[in-house]
Design a protein around this ligand. Structure first.
Ligand code: FAD
Ligand code: MLT
Ligand code: ZN
Length: 474
């Protein structure tokens, strides 16, 4: 049966695009190992379709054989959602060959791309045509738009442009039955029934396979300035956010907070990056002002904002990047926190959201709770404060092995943090999704009626449970 399926898959996609362990020269670890090295699965095969019809045929063949499918893009997901389990019976459906820009419609401000298009290539295609595609995140050099849609990725521009969901107008999807839904409309208004597009987005490959998407484009800003500000407390960071909204309006396109320990890890592991202002300040904030007039206007606005912030004591020191290169350097420091944390060792990662106004109290209370319950833990706090989304990460005490720390503490730490998140009316997953890592916790924190509707949707769309089983829902 297995051999028959593999032969069918080879017929559909071509021999070179069905990789198995039978060939000792082929290393499947790039598809089987998750980015954080939390899990190593074993696939029956890695299948690489070249077009939508091939995806549909693969899904039909797998459905007939009762073989489940794990859709995968760039494999940069952080919650173990895109790698196979260890049964050796699942196929990984790698979408990276389907990476074309299919169409651009400047008057409609849209671009249509295939799911395997790397985010950076989509940004570049938009830029080459004189537009901005604003989704931006540290993994943009290798994550794909299919994965971004699959996880409803956030990133650093959400405060102005929203999550990936807000950037998408239409989808082409292969259903669990192997049918093709031709939904690449590019319409900004369409009230003809249930919103299937938004149901697919963020479903982490459990409801359908996204093969292409029509995404929104924006005008490029006339000028873009970046500032790095030291703030005396999280309360001050929230106060600065309020001021920035007031004074910059829609010009505020980025507002990231970074804790002192998070920045110390960048300094320790990437000392050539020269992190500013971290040594004497508990928090730093990275702000971006995108201006529709000109650079001088942007600079004046920014300087007035920082002056007002210093007057009211919510900023103690600040630098404004003098050039694009300097600005990129500051963003690079921010994006390097994830890699610095990897260098430091395995950690418990969180991507929670809390109403912005309550974040200072949440952090103070939860820091104290963790210090009491798990003495010595080191908090790597950073993230998208503008969206109320914190990476409230917990690193093992100095000198303690990360693997042993996770084995003994992960579940307890997650419970402590998620109970606090629930108390503050937050979400246990604001960005990275549920995947496998949070699937056991979701029923404890999700509204029971919502969970029941989610189960009903999954049952209706994928009754055979062949699309990414065990992820999001069990
Ligand atoms: P994968 O990892 O391959 O897959 C992710 C999920 O989507 C899986 O469940 C998979 O089954 C599903 N999927 C993939 N392709 C499809 C498809 N075509 N159809 C249906 N389902 C599909 N995330 C953020 O939100 N914000 C950040 O700021 C951010 N920064 C990051 C920085 C670094 C350094 C790293 C390593 C990761 C970061 N991430 C961030 C997480 C990750 O990059 C995103 O989740 C990204 O959207 C995943 O894209 P991918 O192509 O790698 O997807
Ligand atoms: C980020 O904001 O840098 C990402 O979500 C990655 C991470 O949480 O480490
Ligand atoms: Zn993030």
């Amino acid at each position: 049966m297995t051999q028959m399926l593999l032969n069918q898959l080879r017929q559909i996609c071509g021999d070179a695009n069905v990789l198995t362990h039978d060939d000792p020269a082929t290393d499947l670890s790039p598809w089987e190992q998750d980015w954080r090295k939390r899990v190593r699965g074993r696939a029956l095969a890695v299948v690489r379709p070249g077009n939508t019809e091939q995806v549909a045929a693969v899904v039909k063949a797998c459905g007939a054989a009762g073989t489940s499918i794990v859709p995968q893009g760039g494999n940069t997901g952080l919650v173990v959602g895109g790698v196979p389990d260890d049964s050796g019976r699942q196929i990984v459906l790698s979408m990276t060959r389907m990476n074309a820009v299919r169409a651009m419609d400047p008057a409609n401000l849209t671009i249509t791309v295939e799911a395997g298009c790397v985010l950076q290539n989509l940004q570049a295609a938009a830029e080459a045509a004189g537009f901005l595609f604003p989704l931006s995140l540290g993994a943009e050099g290798s994550c794909t738009i299919g994965g971004n849609l699959g996880t409803n990725a956030g990133g650093t521009q959400v405060v102005r442009y929203g999550n990936t969901r807000e950037l998408c107008l239409g989808l082409e999807v292969v259903t669990a039955q192997g049918e093709i839904w031709h939904g690449l409309t590019g319409l900004r208004k369409d009230n003809t029934g249930y919103d299937l597009r938004n149901l697919m987005i963020g479903s982490e490959g459990t409801l359908g396979i996204i093969t292409a998407a029509t995404m929104k484009l924006y005008p490029q800003p006339a000028a873009q300035l970046t500032a790095w500000a030291a703030v005396p407390s999280m309360e001050a960071a929230v106060q600065l956010l309020g001021l920035a909204h007031q004074r910059l309006g829609p010009g505020l396109t980025g507002f990231e907070v970074m804790g002192q320990f998070a920045l110390s890890l960048v300094d320790k592991h990437f000392s050539h990056l020269r992190v500013p202002l971290w040594q004497n300040n508990p928090w730093c904030v990275l702000l971006e002002n995108s201006d529709s007039e000109n650079e001088q206007h942007a600079r004046n606005q920014f300087e007035a904002l920082l002056e007002a912030a210093m007057d009211c004591g919510c900023v103690s020191d600040a630098v404004v990047a003098e050039s694009l290169t300097q600005a990129k350097g500051l963003w690079h420091i921010r994006e390097s926190i994830t890699l610095a944390q990897v260098q430091e060792g395995l950690n418990i990662k969180h991507d929670i959201s809390i109403p912005v106004s309550r974040i200072p109290t949440f952090v103070a209370e939860t820091d104290a709770l963790l210090a009491r319950e798990v003495p010595g833990v080191r908090m790597v706090d950073f993230g998208h404060l503008g969206d109320g989304n914190l990476h409230y990460n917990v690193q093992a005490p100095e000198g303690v092995d990360g693997q042993a720390f996770l084995r003994d503490n992960e579940d307890r730490v997650n419970t402590l943090v998620f109970d606090q998140v629930a108390k503050f009316n937050g979400s246990i997953s604001a960005e990275h999704g549920v995947g496998e890592l949070k699937v056991g916790k979701l029923p404890l924190y999700k509204d029971p009626a919502a969970l029941a509707m989610m189960r009903a949707v999954k049952q209706a769309l994928d009754p055979q449970n062949i699309l990414n089983p065990g992820r999001v829902l069990t």
